[in-house]
Design a protein around this ligand. Structure first.
Ligand code: PRT
Ligand code: ZN
Length: 213
């Protein structure tokens, strides 16, 4: 039985519990010499050769854990940080999790440029980034908040366009959607908590990086 007692000498690194960033995050840490037991059901994974605990979380929760200092570091997509509006110091851009947040429309759509989105419905799980983009572009559109799989919404007539993450583009293609514009480019980043702790420095030197603040 493991207890979540606050132990200042142990450093906590928040990574995605499962999903697209999990394996690459583990690989990043293990390539830098840290070793972890097999990932069971526990949400805390103690490092076997260092005073480090991994917190395994939904990626959406990582910015808040790091902001609050409950985790000293986190590995998360820039897209998630930007959507949460939580500005954390980036220690290192990591060479994985690359993707783009795009607006896409059905191939046969008359929408051909961002201005054509005026009065149209856009399904997205990135309402904040989309709102900012529309305001900057001077376009008034209707945002349809959806928690995932937006690609299906135009064919079901819930939306006229989508704003979602694209990597290979094959999901867009499978739904006869084409990109209209890119709102943001993203990759995974190692972020650090603004709450200062001596322990943070130790972790960074262990993995051969330096604090950015
Ligand atoms: O459960 P949890 O909340 O932790 O995970 P999640 O389902 O919210 O996120 P997950 O695991 O899908 O993605 C985690 C992070 O990986 C994202 O926040 C991005 O930073 C990054 N990433 C990189 C991607 C993709 N590539 C990606 N292709 N995130 C999502 N996708 C999805 C996209 O939403 C779309 O449905 O994949 C589909 C498109 O992929 P392509 O290759 O067909 O274009
Ligand atoms: Zn998520």
């Amino acid at each position: 039985m493991m207890h979540l007692l606050y132990t200042p000498e142990r450093q906590r690194i928040a990574i995605q519990k499962s999903g697209r960033l999990y394996q690459a995050s583990m690989d990043f840490l293990t390539a830098r010499g840290l070793s972890f037991p097999a990932n069971g059901k526990s949400l805390i994974l103690p490092c076997e050769n260092s005073d480090i605990d991994l917190l395994l979380l939904r990626d959406d929760d990582i910015p808040e854990y790091v902001r609050a200092g409950v985790a000293d570091f986190g590995i998360v997509g820039q897209n998630v940080l930007a959507e949460k509006g939580i500005d954390l110091a980036v220690v290192e851009k990591l060479d994985f999790g690359r993707c783009k947040l795009v607006i896409a429309v059905p191939e046969e759509s008359k929408i051909r440029k961002p201005e054509d989105l005026a009065g149209k419905r856009i399904a997205t799980s990135y309402p904040k980034l989309l709102t900012t983009f529309l305001q900057k572009s001077g376009v008034e559109a209707i945002i349809v908040p959806i928690s995932g799989s937006t690609e299906i919404t135009p064919e079901l007539d819930l939306a006229d366009a989508i704003c979602d993450i694209v990597q290979t583009g094959s999901t867009l293609k499978a739904h006869d959607l084409v990109p209209l514009c890119v709102i943001m480019e993203s990759q995974a980043v190692l972020v650090e908590s603004p709450q200062s702790k001596q322990a943070k420095k130790r972790f960074l030197s262990q993995i051969n990086l330096q604090s950015s603040v």
